[in-house]
Design a protein around this ligand. Structure first.
Ligand code: FAD
Length: 465
């Protein structure tokens, strides 16, 4: 029986249950459909698309080594997948499950169209370690607080990861299609600094991380001045790595990797939340906070997005994002909190900005992270706990290494002023070549006053609910 393996966010050959099932059924026609709705929608991103195209190129090469090849179509999956399946004479289409509201609507439409042609649609696991149906509380309910979720998630048994297939019995189509060039898609130029794409680069990053750094992760993960995290987020986002393999291998190491595994579980948590509560992409998980009177202040948003708030950690974070399509997790938390709390701007503005730039941009994780930072999400992060960007930078970038890397205008500012450069006496500003208001902005808000304002607004909304 011929089948189609429709790749989406599972661009790998290792531990790919849907691919294994298709191979078992007979000849396979691998397919990727570039969906204009995703290439140009609200969350379109040149950085992410560049990474996607390069990853697809490598996937095609890996398929060819095994006797198959990637077929490419550009169009609506509900039209293109059934047409392609019919043309190759497939009896079934296999996919790895996808969980966002858009993906669910898309897959339902594709499955319906296939059913009309007598073609089966099989969605297999592979995007997450555990499925949303499997992680439940004692009463069978989905869990909306991370700690009990993590306990239930950790207690589930892990299946053994599958090896990459040595050969793939191929079904072909006379028109394989071709990957477009990024420029042809009308997207802006991506940043140069995106990490190497494709499954083999992702596997190399995984091997490097598991060979040592993972053992120090618990101590280094929050440090902005060290490369203390895995940098696997874009690989998990595009399924270049199987999260099951990542977790299984981390757990098998002789050192304590629990903190790292717990972070991967946050990814699972936010995907499960989105599955059970698709409304979170439009509104706060805690509905009471839908009434927050966010300010309209385009100039403040522009300053934040451009990394010109006058708070070095926030600015370094935003410039790292603009330059690399990545931002350290600690910096994401501080920059997001600054937008929602200090500036009292709608977190959805920041969410959209992040999605436009992040190579690892993922609707579930990004929405979860933003709602957490804005204190409107699942996690009971209290609204009165507001990150102080100066204390955060003193604690997690004590020598100002991260700040100086992304803020060249602060490079010569002495250590004692680097975290709050507006306190530099004029003579020091002159000597450092960094005059506040000329070379680097004065703070656009006063943290202490903005904190009081935010707490007051959140309190009023909560009390009125
Ligand atoms: P590591 O620290 O090495 O973590 C390992 C993996 O665990 C990551 O690759 C990621 O898949 C997962 N992970 C780690 N932390 C989190 C978390 N807090 N929530 C969910 N998953 C996590 N992550 C994304 O993958 N895509 C996003 O769009 C995204 N947006 C975010 C927005 C905000 C406002 C915040 C606060 C966090 C966001 N995160 C997002 C989570 C986190 O910042 C990144 O996953 C992490 O910085 C990626 O670096 P790393 O791979 O070195 O992570």
């Amino acid at each position: 029986m011929t089948s189609v393996l429709w790749f989406r966010r599972d661009l790998r050959l290792h531990d790919h249950p849907a691919l294994a099932a298709a191979i078992e059924a007979g000849p396979v026609a691998p397919l990727f459909v570039l969906d204009p709705a995703l290439l140009s929608g609200r969350w379109a991103s040149a950085n992410r698309t560049a990474f996607l195209l390069a990853s697809l190129q490598e996937l095609d090469a890996a398929l060819r080594e095994r006797g198959a090849r990637l077929h490419v179509r550009i169009g609506r999956p509900a039209d293109d997948v059934p047409r392609f399946a019919r043309e190759v004479g497939a009896a079934a289409v296999f996919v790895s499950r996808d969980y966002s509201p858009y993906a669910r609507r898309r897959d339902a439409a594709v499955a319906r169209a296939l059913a009309g042609q007598g073609i089966a649609f099989h969605a297999r696991r592979g995007t997450l370690v555990h499925e949303p149906e499997d992680v439940r509380g004692a009463a069978g309910q989905p869990l909306t607080v991370f700690t009990p979720f993590y306990r239930a998630w950790s207690a589930l048994p892990l299946r053994a990861p599958l090896p990459a297939p040595a050969a793939i019995p191929a079904a072909g189509h006379p028109d394989p299609g071709a990957l477009p060039r990024l420029e042809a898609l009308g997207l802006p130029r991506p940043v140069d600094a995106v990490l190497p794409a494709g499954e083999s680069a992702a596997r190399a990053r995984l091997e490097r991380f598991l060979a040592g750094p993972v053992c120090a992760y618990a101590d280094t993960r929050d440090r902005l001045d060290l490369a203390g995290t895995s940098r696997l987020s874009q690989d998990l986002r595009f399924g270049l790595l199987s999260p099951l393999e990542v977790v299984t291998r981390a757990r098998a190491l002789p050192c304590d990797t629990a903190k790292f595994v717990a972070e991967v579980a946050w990814r699972e948590f936010y995907h499960h939340i989105l599955w059970h509560h698709p409304r979170v992409l439009r509104e706060p998980f805690q509905q009471a906070y839908a009434a927050i009177p966010w300010r309209g202040d385009p100039a403040a948003f522009e300053a934040w997005a451009a990394g010109r708030t006058g708070y070095p950690l926030v600015d370094a974070a935003m410039r790292e994002l603009a330059a690399t399509g990545y931002m350290h997790n600690r910096a994401r938390m501080v920059a997001a909190s600054f937008l929602a709390k200090e500036l009292l701007l709608d977190w959805r503005l920041g969410e959209t900005h992040f999605m436009r730039h992040l190579v690892d941009g993922d609707v579930a994780n990004n929405d979860g992270g933003w709602q957490w930072a804005a204190s409107v999400g699942t996690d009971p992060q209290p609204y009165f706990r507001i990150f102080n960007p100066v204390l955060q930078s003193k604690k997690f970038d004590p020598g100002g290494v991260y700040l100086r890397r992304w803020l060249p205008e602060l490079r010569r500012v002495p250590d004692r002023y680097i975290h709050e450069p507006w306190t530099m006496p004029p003579s020091v500003q002159q000597a450092a070549g960094c005059v506040i208001g000329r070379d680097y902005p004065a703070p656009i808000v006063d943290h202490a006053a903005a904190r009081v304002r935010a707490v007051h607004v959140f309190e009023q909304v909560r009390n009125a609910a």
